[in-house]
Design a protein around this ligand. Structure first.
Ligand SMILES: *Cc1c(COP(=O)(O)O)cnc(C)c1O
Length: 461
């Protein structure tokens, strides 16, 4: 399988190189040149498979430069850290199916991809005799999933900056109680923006970047998308039988990574009638789908903070297909977006978008009301991100379809919002209880590039 860039300016590369490249060197995103077609008979034959067995079937054609036995071992190791033997179990309540993606080490769906990415990096670095220093900034959530993805791995050190005292206490503890020698937590006396600026400045110092092989773990790595494709197949197989009704998926969306994985599953032949894109008040993608209006606004903080995003980086991957795989059109759209802050679409393009997606923007009041009413009706506690998706699914007029809602976080991870909505303080799963009692390690520093550079220089592998 070869990978190309949405901007069309790199020569095709294999899977292993695509994982190591992350962002395409021409500024675009990497995509496979073709998609394996999964026919109905094959799909039916996959019903008895475990999550790990299914993952191997789905991923192998995309990662054909890794021997199958090695890929199997990487998959098995990546999901051994999950607390549920089904990895992503599906539960059904009140006419909807909840696909629980939060049984990994940090209680959010990003573990599904980052557990695999960490193992892939370790495998590829060893093969190449290389090392990597990952540097990233977090407002609280993704940082811990990245740290858990690479903790204890060989030839990788990770430096994660967070704004001191500005994450929730549990979020900070989830990061700082990881005391493996290759993990470096940095609490910056400043804001998340300060952290991000420091990281960007460090990466723009090319000699420094090359000296330490600086790497990133953001959501644009193709391997992350690929790992997420698996659970669309897994859920479809759980909620259908041979005489099946149609299936729709409702996906709480920020960066468009998770829902793009659903689009890939559909392209491979998974019978998905529609993808419901659910946003909070940060609704650029809902405005795009419903009104053809793709223009940025300012980020509004909400009770579903992991979706507080205005520019959805993975959306470029979908645009490539919407623009008939024409990289010149992608380049032109992003050039005009850079100057005018908006993008234009033809009527034909918009009708194609609406045949594949529908979208609802869900405000804070509706989110909290959904958590409360769902708890009352079913006894099940939704986290605020998941509640956005459940609201959108319940609103949607897709009749006679099985509705699968992706549950992207455990309710205890966003316990304050859940408590506000229901009065219930959701209990943390056992391994996360008593984090305050564990030893922790964290370096505090000023929002100062010089301090960061010296610290990374001293501790890089
Ligand atoms: C990251 C995240 C999302 C958004 O997923 P995208 O792939 O960025 O669209 C939703 N919910 C939770 C809990 C998240 O951590």
């Amino acid at each position: 399988m070869k990978y190309i860039s949405t901007r069309g300016k790199i020569a095709p590369i294999g899977f292993k190189d695509a994982v190591m490249m992350g962002l395409a060197t021409d500024g675009g995103l990497l995509l496979p040149t073709e998609y394996p077609a999964i026919d109905r008979a094959t799909l039916e034959s996959w019903r008895p498979l475990s999550y790990q067995e299914l993952a191997l079937r789905v991923m192998a054609p995309f990662a054909d430069d890794i021997p199958s036995a090695d890929l199997k071992e990487l998959i098995d190791r990546s999901y051994a850290t999950f607390r549920d033997p089904a990895i992503t179990p599906v539960v059904s309540r009140d006419g909807v199916h909840i696909l629980e993606l939060f049984h990994g080490p940090t209680l959010a769906f990003k573990d599904v991809a980052l557990q695999l990415l960490g193992n892939l990096f370790e495998y590829l670095l060893k093969e190449r005799g290389e090392k990597m220093n990952i540097v990233g900034a977090t407002s609280g959530d993704t940082g811990s999933a990245a740290i858990y993805g690479v903790r204890g791995k060989e030839n990788i050190n990770i430096f994660i900056l967070h704004p001191h005292g500005k994450t929730s206490p549990i979020q900070a503890l989830q990061m700082t109680t990881v005391t493996d020698p290759n993990v470096f937590n940095i609490a910056v006396n400043g804001t998340f923006d300060d952290c991000q600026t420091m990281v960007k400045q460090l990466f723009s110092d090319i000699p420094f970047k090359e000296k330490h092989s600086l790497g990133a773990v953001n959501s644009i790595n193709w391997a992350r998308v690929l790992a997420q494709v698996v659970y669309y197949f897994y859920a479809w197989l759980r909620v259908t039988d041979t005489s099946t009704r149609d299936v729709v998926f409702s996906v709480p969306t920020g960066n468009f990574g998770d829902i793009f994985a659903g689009y890939v599953a559909k392209k491979m032949g998974l019978p998905v009638r529609k993808l419901i894109l659910a946003t909070n008040e940060n609704n650029i993608l809902t405005r795009m789908i419903n009104q053809g209006d793709y223009s940025t606004g300012t980020v509004v903080p909400t009770v579903s903070p992991s979706m507080d995003i205005q520019v959805a980086s993975n959306f470029e991957r979908y645009l490539y297909y919407l623009f008939d795989e024409n990289p010149a059109r992608v380049r032109q759209a992003f050039a005009s977006f850079a100057t005018s802050g908006r993008m234009e679409f033809s009527d034909e393009e918009m009708s194609r978008v609406r045949s594949e997606f529908s979208s609802t923007s869900v405000n804070q009041e509706q989110t909290l009301a959904t958590i409360s009413s769902f708890k009352e009706k079913t006894g099940y506690l939704l986290d605020p991100h998941t509640a956005v998706g459940v609201y959108a699914a319940l609103q949607s007029d897709e009749k006679d379809a099985e509705k699968v809602c992706l549950a992207t976080a455990h309710p205890a991870k966003f316990g304050d919002a859940v408590k506000q909505a229901t009065g219930v303080d959701p209990e943390l799963p056992l391994p996360l209880q008593g984090l305050e009692q564990l030893p922790s390690r964290c370096q505090t520093m000023e929002a100062d590039l010089g301090q960061l550079r010296a610290y990374v220089d001293e501790n890089a592998i």
